[in-house]
Design a protein around this ligand. Structure first.
Ligand SMILES: C[S@@+](CC[C@H](N)C(=O)[O-])C[C@H]1O[C@@H](n2cnc3c(N)ncnc32)[C@H](O)[C@@H]1O
Length: 349
């Protein structure tokens, strides 16, 4: 395996992220970069060993430049390595969603499905402990999936999808689909991993999901992390209703969303992106937010909320951060709940 990996030239490695040139695709690399930075910490909330490769060098550099010293925990005081005083937003978001997925997968016996909507450079399928019998689906745009499969291939991660890529991440004949058997450096944790392209603003994703082996009669964990703000309000409505329609009892939705007012603000700063030009471009891609009280709104779209939490609340839950640290969105003149973390079950349940 290492021979195949080392035979990839620098030039081939450099082609991995070619074509990922819009702000939304780049945001998938940026969030992976923040996960990589968290994984470098001594007291990391999780270890994402694939994140740096999935982020790529440009996003890693951007993330390092933007992350303040007090999150990185770098430097020393009196000969002692300084402890950081606050976890990054991305760290607590990742850990919260990890915990929700793990809890859903272990709370009942039997087969399970996980569907990552807008999966981006997520590496949970290689890093999270998982019970037997899990089918894992990843849905995203073609450019992101192609870059991800190339990066995974170079990493030596097991992928079972018929990606048609050779060990150097080059497009190979369609029948070259046995990558999963060649590589085991990062073995897949679910029994099945299926990654396919679909536009989640379109009407065909449900059909495509079923065509890729999804079974509505099996409990499903739907994850929409960092996705819904990029879809039109109509598409969000349809996506939520569509996921509910495909959910049997025992299914769960885990998601996060900005509120409407926040998305309309030009002076919005949020998360670790706050100081960047990339954030300004990304902000213009935001299309949909949730109302301030999302519970009833979600109910009309097929989901009964169990938890509606703020950044501060999840930071407390997963990292014991106390409330003196503000994790919520800041913009002059607005205060309070601006980003929601939501877990829900189908209303039909
Ligand atoms: C900020 S990234 C989040 C990725 C991942 N969920 C995570 O948290 O690491 C947003 C992802 O949503 C995907 N996305 C945005 N609009 C989409 C659409 N209409 N259909 C499918 N995927 C979409 C993007 O390609 C990108 O990978």
């Amino acid at each position: 395996m290492s021979d195949q990996r080392s035979s990839c030239s620098e030039a081939e490695r450099n082609t991995v992220f070619n074509g990922l040139d819009n702000a939304v695709s780049y945001s998938a690399q940026m969030v992976a970069a923040y996960r990589a930075l968290e994984s470098e910490q001594e007291d990391a909330l999780f270890q994402d060993l694939l994140a740096e490769s999935l982020a790529g060098p440009a996003a890693m550099e951007d993330a390092r430049l933007q992350t303040p010293e007090w999150i990185k925990g770098e430097g020393s005081a009196g000969g002692q390595k300084r402890r950081r005083v606050q976890y990054s937003r991305m760290a607590v978001r990742t850990k919260f969603i990890d915990d929700c997925i793990a809890q859903s997968l272990t709370s009942q016996e039997g087969l399970k499905q996980v569907v990552l909507l807008g999966a981006g450079m997520d590496s949970r399928a290689w890093r999270m402990p998982m019970p037997e019998g899990v089918s894992w689906f990843e849905v995203d745009m073609a450019d992101v999936l192609l870059a991800k499969q190339k990066a995974l291939s170079l990493l030596g991660a097991e992928i079972s999808a018929p990606a048609g890529l050779d060990a150097c991440g080059q497009l190979a004949p369609a029948h070259a689909s046995a990558l999963g058997q060649q590589f085991s450096r990062y073995p897949l944790r679910p029994d099945k991993w299926i990654s396919f392209e679909a536009n989640l603003e379109g009407d065909t994703w449900q059909k495509e999901l079923k065509a890729h082996g999804f079974r509505p009669e099996i409990p499903t964990v739907w994850v929409a992390e960092g996705l819904l703000m990029y879809l039109t309000p109509e598409a969000v409505d349809k996506l939520l209703a569509g996921t509910s329609d495909l959910s049997c009892p025992g299914s769960t939705l885990v998601t996060m969303a900005f509120n409407e007012e926040t998305l309309g603000r030009d002076d919005l700063t949020v998360g670790d992106y706050a100081r960047t030009q990339a954030w300004d471009i990304l902000k213009s891609s935001f299309k949909a937010g949730f109302p301030d009280k999302p519970t009833q709104w979600l109910e009309h779209r097929g989901w009964r909320a169990h938890q509606v939490l703020t950044y501060g609340e999840i930071a407390h839950q997963v990292a014991g951060m106390d409330s003196q640290y503000s994790f919520d969105v800041k913009a002059p003149g607005i205060a309070g709940r601006r980003v929601f973390f939501i877990t829900a079950s189908p209303t039909s349940q």
